[in-house]
Write a protein that binds this ligand. Structure first.
Ligand code: UDP
Length: 328
């Protein structure tokens, strides 16, 4: 298959690119390199394209005939989305609309979309099934939910086929250390804990200790980035099967187990043998207290099984990768 990966120079996209390439698929990465890294595109080809630039996007679709698109490209930080909502709606929603328009124009009918647990808002049950009420509590989650709906509507109107993955907290890195997490600035918990372990001048801020959780800190479901990548391979294979035109299937991708911020810090101390300096800080606006996935549907329908479900293994891989980066 020939697959377009928007955002393939980013964290999750680069892991999917490695996996797809290792299985013999031809990949083309479309990335504006705003937050992605040229050096992360170690497989397939890179086309420097901004999804907001329709003319360049059209040229790409004119030049290449894709069997499917994996749409990873997005701004992804909850806190930033609360401060700069316009940036999130423009980049995420308008960019996706442009991509869908180009797909339709050039007859590409299969898409896998990177959605998020943030579409659920405040959970009424845990773990969360896909049919739980939706109600994002931050612009990032809203932008992803709007794209989900747009994709559903494009599927019904134009006979496209989609798989929507709602990621929980992507973490870890390629065990061979060929790619890993490198956000600039970094906002995610595990890399920030690891950076604080390496650099004693840094400390880790715990955003909120008064949540309604066992130790008062937020609980998240950390999922190995390679297991996320594996779900994409299964997803695209399922889209190649006959039938299903006009439908968008939704799957959660998580391990079904929640860990608090404090538990992540403890597990990191176990892996690295060092404790970071921690500071209590106010809640970060837009954060839900607890987000834990039920991925039963993904297991049942696509036969997905996580290879690295243990938090310690996830942190070990993140730690091995972190040590390939300069101390900052
Ligand atoms: N978090 C924290 N300190 C940090 C970064 C994150 O306490 O420096 C918390 C954050 O409030 C959330 C959890 O760690 O409860 C995971 O946050 P992250 O940004 O990694 O992922 P998100 O859940 O926002 O996608």
């Amino acid at each position: 298959m020939k697959i377009l990966l928007t955002g393939g120079a980013g964290y999750i996209g680069s892991h999917a690119n490695k996996l797809l390439s290792s299985r013999g698929h031809e990949t083309v990465v479309a990335d504006n390199l705003g937050r992605g890294h040229r050096e992360a595109v170690r497989w397939g080809r890179l086309a420097q394209v901004d999804l907001l630039d329709e003319a360049t996007l059209d040229k790409l679709f004119e030049a290449e005939k894709f069997d499917a698109v994996m749409h990873f490209a997005a701004l992804i930080f909850v806190g930033e989305s609360v401060k700069h909502p316009g940036r999130y709606y423009r980049n995420n929603v308008q960019g996706s609309l442009n991509l869908l328009r180009a797909m339709r124009k050039y007859g590409v009918g299969r898409i896998i979309f990177s959605s998020t647990a943030a579409v659920y808002g405040t959970p009424e049950t845990s773990p969360l099934p896909e049919d739980h009420t939706l109600g994002p509590i931050n612009p990032y989650g809203w932008s992803k939910l709007m794209i989900e709906q747009t994709i559903r509507d494009f599927c019904s109107a134009y006979g496209m086929k989609a798989v929507i993955f709602r990621y929980f907290n992507a973490a870890g890195a390629d065990p061979e250390r060929e790619t890993g997490e490198k956000h600039d600035p970094e906002n995610h918990l595990i890399p920030l804990v690891l950076k604080a372990v390496r650099n004693p001048a840094r400390s880790l801020k715990i955003f909120g200790s008064d949540y309604d959780t066992p130790d008062g800190t937020c609980v998240r479901d950390y999922i190995h980035v390679c297991d996320l990548a594996a779900s994409h391979l299964l997803g695209v294979e399922s889209l190649m099967e006959p039938g299903g035109e006009g439908t968008a299937r939704v799957y959660n991708v998580g391990n079904g187990e929640g860990f608090s911020v404090r538990e992540v810090i403890e597990a990191t101390a176990k892996v690295t043998g060092k404790k970071p300096r921690v500071e209590q800080a106010p809640r970060r606006s837009g954060d839900a207290a607890r987000l834990v996935a039920s991925s039963e549907k993904l297991k049942r329908e696509l036969g997905w099984r996580p290879e690295y479900p243990e938090l310690v293994k996830i942190i070990e891989h993140a730690w091995a990768w972190e040590q390939t980066l300069p101390v900052d």
